[in-house]
Every structure is written in structure tokens, then in C-alpha cells.
Design a protein around this ligand. Structure first.
Ligand SMILES: Nc1nc2c(ncn2[C@@H]2O[C@H](COP(=O)(O)OP(=O)(O)O)[C@@H](O)[C@H]2O)c(=O)[nH]1
Ligand SMILES: [Mg+2]
Length: 319
């Protein structure tokens, strides 16, 4: 799922300026071409073309906004939950409804006014109708000013969503900060994460793909201490939702270099167990820890310390 390509949402004046400018250019163009017919016929033609261009120049970007936002109810659960915890979801729906409404009104009034112009036999009145149409549609577009502003904010938020595939086998790498999650992701996949909105840091979920027997497994480096959901920051919420809703398996990393008390690390491990997913434990940084400490820990806690051994566990049983 990718939210990078949502259409930028501008303010009403932007759309109106573009529309009126295009209409003006078009009428200049038509006037300089030699139109046939009576003055009345020419005037009807020109004014109808103008309001048509205005209509098209407005409905096209408005429709694009409505169609470029994903239909939220059909998204994978991970993204629905992410939207719900980062955006005012009913407000988003209402705003899209407002933009859709404005587009429909602009079309409806185009039909009314083009019919009026084409039936009219009075030159001053034709111009008056055109001006009336301009006034009406300007007011429709201005009425959705708040909706457009909200949608632009929503777009910016959604642009920061991680791009994660929701239909391929997925393993989450979890554990405390600085214990080696990103390093492990790098070691396993041999490449920098394919998608990283936030570069090679722990500012977001890093995604990379591990190939095994021609099959791709998605690995997520999910940062955060994942304590209580409503206390989590935005990134931790993303991470937690990804572990809960996308991962089939978890690699949980322990680190004995005293960065975090082992009790805290065990507490997080136990809380992840509640998700009832297979968890593989991996002990990082064994190259710099006293072997005795490692052995003592491994007696109490089943853990893999060798990358090759860990790789054997990177399989998702097919159901
Ligand atoms: N010696 C050693 N250092 C490691 C190992 N894994 C990670 N580190 C270092 O620990 C620090 C934190 O690693 P990082 O992968 O960014 O941790 P993350 O915050 O869990 O993603 C970095 O300086 C890494 O170089 C390891 O297996 N051995
Ligand atoms: Mg990291």
C-alpha cells in the first residue's frame, strides 16, 4: 500500500484562478479565429464554451481529489487502524463528501446555465448568465475551503505512512531501542531497506525483503518499547499495529550489553507473547559480550545467537 501519490490539495482561490484564466484564454483564442454566424450565435457559442471550460477546470481536480484518496473501508486493517489513530476519520469522510458535492453542483449549474444561454435572444442577458454562473460556482468552491484544507493536512499525514505490502509473508523484528534491530535487518537482507521514509534510522518502520527459495518474505524493523497503546507515540503505534496486524512471526532481540535492564526486555517479550504469534528470540552483540554471560543467559532463555541459525527460522508456514 502506498500513500505517496495522493494528489496535492490546493485552496479554493487556486482552483478558481486556474479555471477563470483558462476560460479567458479560450475566449481570446475563439475570438481571433474567424467564427461564422450571427453576433448572437457567436456570443452564445463563446459564453457556453467559457462556462464549460470553467466547469471542466474545476470538476477535474475536485474529482481527482475524491478518487485519489483511497476508499478507507476497503483498505487493509493495518491502514484503517493507522488512519483511525492519526486522523479524524469521520471528518475525512465528510470532507471528501463535501468536495464531491461541490463538483456535482458545478456540473448541475453548468447544465442549467448553458441551457439558459442557448435559449437566450438577448446579448446583455447572455453575459449576465455567464457572470451568474461564475458567481454560483465560485461560491460552491469557497464553501468547501475548510474541507480542502483538512484534506491537505490528511494527505500530508498519510504521506508519512510506511509503505508496507499487506499480502506477503511478514516477520517483525522487535525489541528495545539500540539493541540491533536495524543492524539485523541489514545483515539479513544485505541491502538498505527498500522503503524507508525516514532513511536508515529508527524514526519509522524500516521495510526490507528477504528472498528464500525464490519467495519473498517481508521484514519489518519495528521500533519502540510498545508499552501501552494510548501512551505510545505515533511511530510506536505504527510499529505495534504492524506487529499485531501484519506480522505472522516475530523476531525478538535481546541485548546483554546493559543498554536496557534485562527485566524490561523480558517484560516486553512477555507482552508480545500475548499476541499469540510464533516468536523467535535472537541475542545480539554476542561478539562483544563475555561468553560466560551469554551462556548463563542462554540457559534461562532460549535464544539464537548465530545469524545462520536465525535464517533457518525465517520461514512462514503455508496454511
Ligand atoms: N558489536 C555489535 N554491535 C552491534 C550489533 N548489532 C548492533 N550493534 C550496534 O548497536 C547500535 C544500535 O544498533 P541498531 O541496529 O541501530 O539498533 P536498533 O535501534 O535496535 O535498530 C549500533 O551502533 C550498532 O552498530 C552486534 O551484533 N554486534
Ligand atoms: Mg533501528
Amino acid at each position: 500500500m502506498n500513500f505517496q501519490d495522493l494528489t496535492k490539495v490546493e485552496n479554493p482561490d487556486f482552483y478558481l484562478d486556474v479555471a477563470f484564466r483558462r476560460a479567458k484564454e479560450k475566449s481570446k483564442q475563439i475570438r481571433s479565429s474567424k467564427l461564422k454566424g450571427t453576433r448572437m450565435e457567436k456570443s452564445r457559442y463563446i459564453e457556453t464554451r467559457k462556462i464549460e471550460i470553467i466547469k471542466d477546470s474545476l470538476t477535474s481536480p475536485l474529482n481527482k481529489i475524491v478518487s485519489s484518496f483511497p476508499s478507507i473501508d476497503n483498505l487493509p486493517e493495518f491502514y484503517i487502524e493507522l488512519i483511525k489513530c492519526t486522523l479524524d476519520y469521520p471528518h475525512l469522510k465528510k470532507s471528501l463528501g463535501g468536495v464531491n458535492w461541490a463538483g456535482k453542483r458545478i456540473e448541475e449549474f453548468f447544465r442549467i446555465y448553458s441551457s439558459k444561454i442557448n435559449k437566450c435572444a438577448d446579448l446583455t442577458k447572455i453575459n449576465q448568465y455567464r457572470r451568474e454562473y461564475y458567481g454560483r460556482i465560485s461560491s460552491f468552491v469557497k464553501q468547501i475551503k475548510k474541507e480542502l484544507a483538512f484534506l491537505e493536512e490528511a494527505r500530508k499525514t498519510m504521506k508519512g505512512f510506511p509503505t508496507i505490502k499487506t499480502s506477503i509473508p511478514t516477520i517483525a523484528i522487535a525489541g528495545f531501542p539500540n539493541i540491533g534491530k536495524t543492524t539485523l535487518l541489514y545483515k539479513l537482507t544485505g541491502s538498505k531497506p527498500e522503503i524507508s521514509n525516514y532513511a536508515f534510522t529508527t524514526k519509522g518502520i524500516n521495510v526490507a525483503y528477504y528472498k528464500k527459495d525464490e519467495k519473498k518474505i517481508q521484514l519489518l524493523d519495528t521500533p519502540g518499547t510498545l508499552d501501552r497503546f494510548n501512551k505510545m507515540n505515533y511511530i510506536e503505534k505504527q510499529a505495534y499495529l504492524a506487529i499485531k496486524l501484519l506480522a505472522e512471526k516475530i523476531i525478538y532481540i535481546f541485548d546483554l550489553t546493559e543498554s536496557y535492564p534485562i527485566e524490561s526486555q523480558l517484560k516486553l517479550y512477555n507482552s508480545l507473547k500475548k499476541l499469540e504469534k510464533p516468536i523467535i528470540c535472537y541475542l545480539s552483540k554476542t561478539d562483544i559480550i563475555d561468553k560466560k554471560i551469554v551462556d548463563k543467559f542462554l540457559k534461562k532463555q532460549k535464544c539464537i545467537k548465530d545469524i545462520k541459525e536465525l535464517e533457518k527460522e525465517i520461514i512462514i508456514p503455508e496454511d
